[in-house]
Design a protein around this ligand. Structure first.
Ligand code: NAP
Ligand code: 8YV
Length: 314
């Protein structure tokens, strides 16, 4: 039987299908010494966008043919090295678009309507003695800038329609959409009430959202990040939220997950989620199915359903 290395978690449904075709080695049960002995037997890897594959592990797999990533983001997989070695890399685009878009809208509404503050007001009993809760601001009719108008960015824009927004967007190249393109992120932030980040991570997008962008978004502005933590300068974000230079932040992703700075946790004007943008049973099942579909199709036919763009020509 062919042998594979499972770096990430896998659902029971994924395990059943993978074990029918492969001897599955779980990385959590092994170490580099084991890999130096057995690495030559492994042809396939399953991982996720967070764990990726460490360069030392990839180097210890001389006969690796394919890496199937259970997630659309793959910034922790060295696709340059994969391409050089002729290793196919796949990911899970599209099947999670709607879920991540729901998470972005959820965070935006929670910020505007102070959902966590008002929930605490009821649970703590403060309502019984304190009278009506303070008013919040409306999420309707806002100008919303989307950083990254790709598959998920477009799903977010569509899902926001009932709130009657004006949608702006920034990416390196304009897209075939009806929204207003800005080639300058800071200028877009200055024009927007809300900035929603949904670009990939990695060196090219690191700290795109810096102190200048946050200052442009301003004291009544709201930052939503459902892309990658590395896209936002977290130190600058904390300072902007502490000083009131920025109004609110709704964050699903952080620079050093799962460690979230205490300062962010202490702030009343943040809503924080543990990277659950795609984290429903239904969407994770769809992602898992596509992850294993790619794996098995590569094994049996030498083709895949959803290669990452860098490997599409392999
Ligand atoms: P996609 O279709 O490839 O869209 C990415 C968008 O980002 C494109 O519009 C791209 O346009 C833009 N972009 C890329 N590099 C940029 C740069 N340096 N500056 C400005 N814009 C840039 O990807 P997707 O499927 O929408 O997914 C986007 C990302 O969301 C994933 O890579 C992942 O990191 C994140 N994600 C997070 C969760 C979560 O659980 N929170 C779940 C799924 C995905 P240009 O190439 O023209 O610049
Ligand atoms: C996953 C994600 O939680 O798809 C992505 O890029 O960030 C999330 O859907 C992540 O890949 C870990 O599985």
């Amino acid at each position: 039987m062919p042998e594979m290395l499972l770096i990430s978690d896998a659902t029971d449904a994924m395990m059943t299908r993978m074990a029918e075709a492969f001897t599955v080695h779980r990385w959590q049960d092994h170490d580099m010494d084991w890999l130096s002995q057995h690495g030559g037997a492994i042809t396939h890897v399953v991982t996720d966008g967070h764990l990726g594959i460490a360069p030392a592990v990839m180097s210890a797999l001389p006969n690796l043919q394919m890496i199937s990533c259970n997630g659309v983001g793959y910034d922790n997989i060295d696709t340059g090295e994969a391409l050089r070695r002729g290793i196919m890399v796949t990911h899970t685009p599209d099947v999670l678009n709607q879920e991540v878009a729901t998470t972005a809208v959820l965070l935006m509404l929670a910020c505007y309507r102070a959902l966590l503050r008002d929930d605490t007001y009821v649970r703590s009993g403060a309502w019984e003695t304190g009278g009506s809760a303070p008013l919040t601001h409306s999420a309707d009719n806002r100008t919303i800038g989307i950083l990254g108008m790709g598959r998920i960015g477009q799903a977010i824009a569509a899902k926001l329609a009932p709130w009657n927004p004006t949608i702006l967007y920034h990416s390196r190249t304009p897209k075939d959409v009806t929204y207003t393109y800005y080639d300058d992120l800071t200028a877009m932030a200055a024009a927007a009430d809300v900035l929603i980040c949904i670009t990939p991570g990695g060196a090219a997008t690191r700290h795109l959202v810096n102190a200048d962008v946050l200052a442009a978004l301003g004291p009544s502005g709201t930052l939503i990040n459902v892309g990658r933590g590395s896209v936002v300068d977290e130190t600058a974000l904390i300072e902007a939220l502490q000083t009131g230079a920025l109004g609110w932040a709704g964050l699903d992703v952080f620079e050093d997950e799962p460690r979230v700075p205490q300062a962010l946790r202490d702030l009343p004007n943040t809503v924080l989620l543990p990277h659950v943008g795609s984290g429903t049973i239904e969407t994770r099942a769809a992602m898992g199915t596509l992850t294993v579909d790619n794996l098995l199709q590569h094994l049996t036919e030498g083709t895949v359903k959803t290669p990452v763009p860098e490997c599409a020509g392999l």
